[in-house]
Ligand binder design. Structure first.
Ligand SMILES: [Zn+2]
Length: 203
């Protein structure tokens, strides 16, 4: 703020939220890079045929490790689970960002996430969950072009020394068996969430 030609700097304590311990390096010139080429989501039409989600969705439920199919979204086991029982919810459409979903897709995407939690609760009684989406490669998305919500069940004491000393995660149940257990629970519980199971869709 300028007062009589002098610049007045307001103390940080006048602004919410509380000050943290990080310093900020303000670099407004980088905005031209941020807004420049490559930062915007772009549909990569020719990348679609390499997409593992699009490929899995065309297989049978068993071969594609698909636990449930709705109208616009489906639930699929993670081939490289962070923890046993790791599921993902994906739209059928090959889009990378939540902002690209239609209202019906967005609604089913969120409801299917809640349904997946309930399925896990019934099948394997987790003590908690990690749920989230990495959107874009820069944010850590492994398959950045096809949106997927991770749903990872957690149990007390499920972190042990194996990932640290052996770079190995112990998985006490095979993916196919886990898929089977989830699939029957999804089929049983979907209607309680006003979700329509669509077992023949997109095969
Ligand atoms: Zn795809």
């Amino acid at each position: 703020m300028s007062e009589g030609g002098k610049v007045r700097i307001d103390p940080p304590s006048d602004f919410p939220p509380a000050e943290d311990h990080y310093q900020r390096l303000w670099t407004p010139q980088r905005m031209s890079y941020v807004l420049g080429k490559g930062a915007h989501p772009r549909a990569q039409k020719n990348a679609k045929h390499k997409c593992p989600f699009c490929a899995a969705e065309k297989k049978s439920d068993e071969d594609g490790l698909i636990a449930w199919r709705g109208k616009t979204v489906f639930a699929i086991m993670n081939l490289y689970p962070y923890n046993v029982g790791h599921l993902m919810i994906c739209p059928y459409r090959h889009v990378g960002y939540l902002t690209q979903l239609t209202d019906p897709e967005l609604q089913e995407f969120e409801k299917a996430t809640v349904l997946a939690m309930e399925v896990m609760r019934v099948v394997s009684h987790p003590d908690g969950w990690n749920i989230g989406i990495n959107q874009g490669k820069v944010a850590g998305a492994g398959v950045a072009d096809h949106l997927h919500q991770h749903i990872v069940p957690r149990w007390e004491g499920d972190s042990n020394f194996m990932p640290i000393v052996a770079e190995t995660r112990t998985m006490p149940i095979l993916l196919s068996n886990q898929r089977d257990a989830y699939a029957s629970a999804f089929a049983r519980l979907a209607s309680q969430y006003d979700l329509t199971s669509n077992s023949t869709a997109h095969k």
